[in-house]
Each structure stands twice: as structure tokens, then as C-alpha cells.
Design a protein around this ligand. Sequence first.
Ligand code: ATP
Ligand code: MG
Length: 605
Amino acid sequence: MIYHRQTSKPHTNRKDWDNLKRLFPFVWEFRGRVVLALVCLVLSKLAIVGMPLLLKEIVDGLDSPNGAIVLPIVLLLAYGVLRLGSSLFNELRDAIFARVRYHAMRGISQRVLRHLYSLSLSYHLDRKTGGITRDLERGTNSLSSILNYLVFNIIPTAAEFMLVAIILLGQYEVKFAIVTFVTVAVYIGFTLAVTEWRMHFRHRMNRLESEANTFAVDGMLNYETVKYFNNEDYELKRYDDTLHEWEDAAVKSQNSMSLLNFGQGAVIAVGVTFMMVYAAQGVVNNSMTLGDLVLVNALMLQLFMPLNFLGIIYRALKYALADMDMMMRLLDTRQQINDIEGAAELNVSDAHVVVENLSFSYLEDRQVLKNISFEIPPGKKVAVVGPSGAGKSTLSRLLFRFYEADIGRILIDDQDIREVTQASLRENIGIVPQDTVLFNQSIFDNIHYANHDATLEDVQNAAKVANIHDFVTGLPNGYDTIVGERGLKLSGGEKQRVAIARVILKNPRILVFDEATSSLDSRSEQSILASLKQVAMQHTTLVIAHRLSTIIDADRILVLDKGELVEQGTHQQLLSQKGLYAHLWQLQQEEREHELALESVADAI
Ligand SMILES: Nc1ncnc2c1ncn2[C@@H]1O[C@H](COP(=O)(O)OP(=O)(O)OP(=O)(O)O)[C@@H](O)[C@H]1O
Ligand SMILES: [Mg+2]
């Protein structure tokens, strides 16, 4: 499945519930803390609702018909204690819940990244790194927000609302409760309706933001290319066009928010006015005291304070749910290449590779490999040559099981590679890929990557075989030299040699060299080839080569053309067939003579 970032489609509540349910296990891990936090929450709410009650007593005490004779010291003190208590329990709740929240964030980030690694190469070739990292970041943040909103706002507000309802219904005429309920209901209904309507602006903003980010990251990754083609303006324009749309959506989003806020304010104003009118009437009729008026007013304002918040929370929650949904989609992208159930470990004894009737296509109507069969006997070297685009690298990807063959199979020591675990398969194959990309770490780290148990000496020995040790020790920082993003601070040939050293250090039974020396000049190539020959001696080796002179010693040479195996044999046999191979050889010989002539001129100078 190709990954879709777009979420302009309004999603259903059911899906939100499903997503929330998936978060539950992360929170449940710390259930003790969750319960404790909830206890703190209830205590703090009790303190908050207790304050207006005390206030009423204080006002009534001061307003008693006999006049205020004594200061209600105890009540005043209690009032202060309640205020202190509410803030104390609030903070305690936050402190206790922090661990739950950040632990859950960590858990889900880990899960998503693990999932990304488990996805196949084809997924990652289609992906947009900038977009993914943003979705991941927003997804984990959304998890934190959702937990926050639920635990710190929604549940507390509901609890408070219930407490207020109990007080109003218990102590006053029913019309107070009715006004409160109606106001709250209208408020919530209005908020939900308007928020739903303006959600799509926000979705659009999210999508455009991801898109702009993808453009920016892609441009930065291709910095050199952008410069070569003088395309800064083009890149900036693409970025700006997207941001322009984003700007429009953002303005609409902001304006609709003002509308929402004003509407909410209006509902509250009407509700509070009604309450105050009723309460004032009560005071005039003597059915209520001044303290009651103060209490009703305080309760009402207190109730709407978090409710006012609830509007913002609801919106934020919806956005967080949308972000979460993107992350869940990422998690739902299915792995294309799975280990079969009960897959065995690959057991390599001779390292005998057999390819049988292999056909493969990346896209439906374009076959890249057509019915390929060959074998690499234990410890032998087979070379694959052919024009660009013939499917040579594809062959190595299939051997690595980055893709699955459509027809046919690959056997290693009589085990079908689809029936063994991918980990054990990849452990036994080492590859020097056509395009080497290095981590932005030191040269040592990059070589050491192949075997985390290797010592500095092992790394240096591998580097010696790969003919790069002298180069590295000549650098000011030696093995600690940082290679730059994707290895850009090294030349193509140096990068290739680091990749060769890395494979030598891994020392697998089966080796694949995909044009491993293509970036080297003939002389360095010769010296590495000699070392590689040494390395390849006890290994089953597949060499993909462009320069035929590098593979004349192969035990067997396969000539691939447009996905078909058109010729095979040893160098001599193929030359005498006078087919494609002989033709390519001829061409390259002429080139080579030309090159040699140039080199001798260079030597003379
Ligand atoms: N991920 C992909 N999706 C679709 N088509 C692809 C993909 N990767 C490669 N191809 C196509 O498959 C064909 C074979 O590609 P492959 O990389 O195997 O060629 P190659 O023989 O290694 O060529 P070269 O000598 O230039 O490296 C090419 O036409 C290429 O465009
Ligand atoms: Mg290739």
C-alpha cells in the first residue's frame, strides 16, 4: 500500500473510539498512578465547588439582620484552605500523571518507528520522509494532548458539572437548574456544530503543512541537485504555492474560530443574565438571601469557566484525534513482506544459491525480470552483466527479499528464501550496493555498523582490505571523521570503499557486489579487485558489473538484457559466441585502449 497522508475526509466518531482504544494499553501499564491522579482530581473539584458554598455562608453571616457582629474567622480561614487545597491537588494530579503521559508517548513512538522499519523497501521508496517525520511527531504529541484533555479537562469538567447540578437541584427552585442545563446544552451543541464545520479548514492546513514540509526537506536533501540545475526559484515557488494555500486555509480557520468564540460568549451571557434576574427576584421576594445570589452567580461563572475551556478543548481534541488518526494509518500500513508462520532460520552450510524461473515486475504491466534461472555453486563467483536497466540490481533485491518474486523461487542450500526468516536471510548475505548511502557519523561508526562486536583493530583490518585505511589515517581526524549527511563529504569511490569494508567486516557467506567498484578509477579498481578476490575466495559471490574487464575471471557470466537471460558462459565461451557479450567487450576494449593512452600521457606529465 502506498501511504496516503491526506485526511480531508471527515472521520467518524467510531474510528476515533477505535483509535482511543488502541491507546488504552499504553496508559493501563500505569493504572495505579491513573487511579491516584483521579483521586486528586476529585479532591480538587470538591474543594473548588466548596468555595462558593462557603462564600454564601460568609456573605449571609456578614449580612445578618443583626449586622455583622463578629468576623466569621473560621469560615474565612476555611475558604483560604479550600483554595489552597484545590491548587495543591491540581498540581499533585499533574505530577502523578506526568509519568503515565510521557511513558505512553515513548511507547507509541517506539512502536511506530519499529513499524516503519518493518515496512518493505517499496514502501520506503514511495514515502516522503519529511511528511512521515511530521506525522510521527504530531501523532505522539496528539497522544499526550488527548490524555491531557481527558484527564485534566473533560473528566474534571463533567465531575464539576455534576456537583453543581446537585447543589442547584438540592437547594433552589428548579428553574435555576433548568436554566443551567439549557445553557450548557445549547453551548455544547453550538460548539460541536461549529467545530465540525470548521474542522475541514484545519485538516486542509495539516495536509498543506505536511506537503510544504515535504517540499522543503526534499529540496534540502537534494541541495546539490537544486544548485546544479539552478532551480532555487522553482523549489521556492513550489514551497510558496503550497504555503499560499495554507495561508488561506489558516485565515479561514482563524476567522471561523472567532465566530465560534463569540457565539459561545453570547450563550453564556444570556444564561447568566437569566440566572441573575431570577436570583435578584428571589432576593427582592425575600425567598433568597444575598448569599444565595452570590452563590448562584459564583457557581454559574465557575461552571462556565471550564466550559469555556471545553470549547477549546473539544476543538483541540478533534485536531489531536485527526493527528492521531494519521499516525494510526501509518501503523496500519501493512507489511508487504512477512515471514511465514513458523518460519525457520536459514541454515547455510555450503552457500549454494539456485534461482529458478524467476519473473518479477515492480509495476503491473512492466516485467523487469523474465524467467531467469541460474545457480551459483558453493564458493563460486557468478557475474551478471548487461545494459543499464536490464534488471541486475533488481536481482540482488530479490535475493535480499526486499521484494517478492511473482513467479519462480530462490533457494539457498535447498531452502526457499520465502520460507525462512528475513533476519536470518539477511544475516547471511552481504551487499555492496550500487548507491552507497552512509550514516552521518564517523567513518569508524559506519564500518563498525556491520558488526557491533568488532574491535578497532577489526575495523582497521577490514578497511585495509578495502584499500581505504591509508586514506582514512591520512585525514586530520582519522577514523573519527564525520562523513556528512548521506556520506556526502566523501567522494563516490571513498564511499564505495567504506561500503566494501563494511561488508568485509560483516563477513557473510554470500556476497553481492552491485557495481561495487564503478566509481573507482582503473588503478584503484584493480587493487581493490585483488583484495575482493581474496575476500570472495571462500564465499559464494554474485557480482554485478558494468566494466567487463573486472569479471573475466568469474566462473560463470550471465548476460541480462531487458530482463531476459540472453547468454551465459565463461568469458572465453561468450567471446566465441559473438553475441551481445562479445559486442559489449569489443566496445569496452576500444574505450579501454583510449583510457590507457590517456593514463600514459598523464604519467608522462
Ligand atoms: N522501485 C521501482 N519501481 C518501479 N520500477 C523500478 C523500481 N526499481 C527499478 N525499476 C525499474 O526496473 C528496471 C530494472 O532496474 P535495475 O535497477 O534492476 O536495473 P540495473 O540493471 O541494475 O541497471 P543499472 O545498470 O543502471 O544499475 C529499470 O527499468 C527500472 O526503471
Ligand atoms: Mg543497478
